[in-house]
Design a protein around this ligand. Structure first.
Ligand SMILES: [Mg+2]
Length: 172
């Protein structure tokens, strides 16, 4: 049961995800969370670094779709200037938004990764769809909207991952 909440990979932040690693593994599409994955949950727009990273991905042939449980206004405001497609009010970990995202990307599941900061939504949701999942540390740790319980559970699981030496791209 716990295994469903474990990511296949773990990185400190998105910048550790490199285009050459993705290309080597035949990854062509990325389903990525917004709040606390790309930017802090209270940050309205992309930072220069995030915009640059996204552009690098796209130039390397990686298609990107933002999938967020947040509302359309928030996600549209962030994604539109970057011209990146998105699914808002995604209801992760439910499967509907992941399926829509795959359709938008036009990739196969095995050519796709899910990237996010939350085990119970991003990682659990991606695992349920049998898509490769990569956990990142949350950009902002003071997220009022996420319960202490969830964060404690995440800390516990990450600590175990570190001890087991499960890192980026290692298959479990
Ligand atoms: Mg998030």
């Amino acid at each position: 049961m716990l295994k469903k909440f474990l990511p296949k990979g773990f990185v400190e932040d998105i910048y550790q995800i490199k285009t050459e690693h993705l290309n080597e593994r035949g990854i062509k599409g990325m389903i990525i969370d917004l709040d606390n994955t790309l930017v802090a949950w209270d940050c309205l727009d992309a930072t220069v670094e995030v915009a640059e990273w996204l552009k690098q991905m796209q130039q390397a042939g990686i298609r990107i779709v933002i999938v967020s449980n947040n509302n359309e206004e928030r996600v549209n405001r962030f994604a539109k200037p970057l011209q990146i497609p998105f699914v808002s009010k995604a209801n992760k970990p439910l499967g509907g938004a992941f399926k829509r995202a795959i359709k938008i990307l036009g990739t196969k599941k095995r050519e796709t990764i899910v990237v996010g900061d939350q085990l119970l939504t991003d990682i659990f949701g991606g695992n349920r769809q049998k898509i490769h999942t990569v956990l990142v540390n949350p950009v902002a740790t003071s997220d009022a909207k996420i319960t202490t319980f969830n964060r404690n559970l995440e800390s516990f699981i990450k600590e175990r991952l570190r001890k087991r030496g499960l890192v980026y791209w290692e298959e479990s």
